[in-house]
Design a protein around this ligand. Sequence first.
Ligand code: G4P
Length: 524
Amino acid sequence: MTEKEEIRRRRTFAVISHPDAGKTTLTEKLLLFGGAIHVAGAVKSNKIRKTATSDWMEIEKQRGISVATSVMGFEYNDHKINILDTPGHQDFAEDTYRTLTAVDSVIVVVDVAKGVETQTRKLMEVCRMRHTPVMIFVNKLDREGRDPFEILDELEEELQITVRPLSWPIDMGERFKGVYNLYRDSLDLYQPSKQRVTESIRLDVNGPELEQHIGGALAKRLRDDLELITGVYPAFDREEYLAGRLAPVFFGSALNNFGVKELLDCFIEIAPSPRPVQAIERTVDPYEEEFSGFIFKIHANMDPNHRSRIAFLKVCSGKFERNVNYRHARLDRTMRFSSPTAFMAQKKEILDEAFAGDIVGLPDNGNFKIGDTLTSGELLHFKGLPSFSPEMFKYIENADPMKAKQLHKGVEQLMDEGVAQLFTNQFNGRKVIGTVGQLQFEVIEYRLLHEYGAQCRWEPINLYKACWIESDDAAQLEEFKQRKHQYMALDKEGRDVFLAESNYILMMAQQDFKNIRFHFNSEF
Ligand code: G4P
């Protein structure tokens, strides 16, 4: 197979959802189809239980599991599928956002009873920013839920994307009969099976057989629904989907392995192969000969005796090879890797080569930061994901004067890994850590102690948002910085950030300084 063919057959994506919608279950069923696992239950849920108790052993255990399953590669119908897993707990949402920088498309799972939930909404915002093609799987049709048309309206409104059903449910809950596959024009009858991959029965929706299978009333309703769908929704247009403007919708039950194969079969057909990636210097095409890639995730080894980390590299173009010299753009030095790992389902193995679209695990002892670029030689910097304003802020202080250095190093490295965001207040020099949730503070404190031997203390700071500011009016910008000097900070890249204490203060600032632009994320 040529290099181009290798790249063309790759599908790298993430399954995302609000916790409990069925992401883990769906992922597992996809692996089942790929033959990557043989029985259901083999993939442990990597979600940190939502009880929000900080049971450390539990979190560590789960982190351990999530490393093994954070990328799952398998072969299916001549395609190489790479599923990137994302943490379920919302306090680690930043991890998920970063993972989304490494995928070429996503599958969003929505619970038919609950519809669009907070986390789904936030994740979709990131997909929209990046024009990531999105497919939606409405799950749990074996349970009572909302009317499918109502769900479609909600998806369209809340996720701000045009939707197009490609399968349609026939009743739900205990009366759930199956789905009509609009993409293939066939009927798949529901046969619940948690363990096996079942073949579905196919027939023509316009033939008399339909009545035999689902009865006269449901047959009529299905035909009416289908007519309405064709009348109301635009025909499926793959270009629109690839541009991230139209989301095909499927219905099914992941737990019962129903509707999953249809989703997967359609997915490999329409989902994009690796797409061009934007670097600051230029757009990089996956089919270019020269290798390039970037680090989107760093995972620390939780064993304190082995401080090594794994850096996850997404190959953006060409072919990555073991033991070949590559250029680390930020450090401007050459690096080669003798034991890069591939992620095939649950095992890790040394790989010799990987192609655009693939994820490679690189053993790292501190050379990588999130967003670092590796190339065959050209100086490139891939654009990462912007930082978003954190939700919670605390001052971090050193609680053990003898260990100041360790604390400094620990904080630096944890921030490089993307555990949280660091802002340095320009007025008093104090360091502010910003997170999405409380759990991240606990993770930082725990890891500083166990991995770096450093102790920290948290002190409250009352902040509403961190805003990245910029202006074409240098004088006004300077005036603003002086007026707000107590609240000016630098982020880790040295960019100006205004730490607003309240929404009111922010609004006043926006009013008083019309020539300054306030951004809630660092990419503007
Ligand atoms: P998540 O990763 O998105 O957080 O969700 P996960 O797959 O863990 O699923 C959440 C719960 O929903 C699980 O039940 C799972 O069994 C159930 N579930 C997933 N798909 C379906 C479906 O199609 N139908 C029904 N009825 N339930 C479904 P749980 O009780 O929380 O966990 P478990 O003990 O079953 O693992």
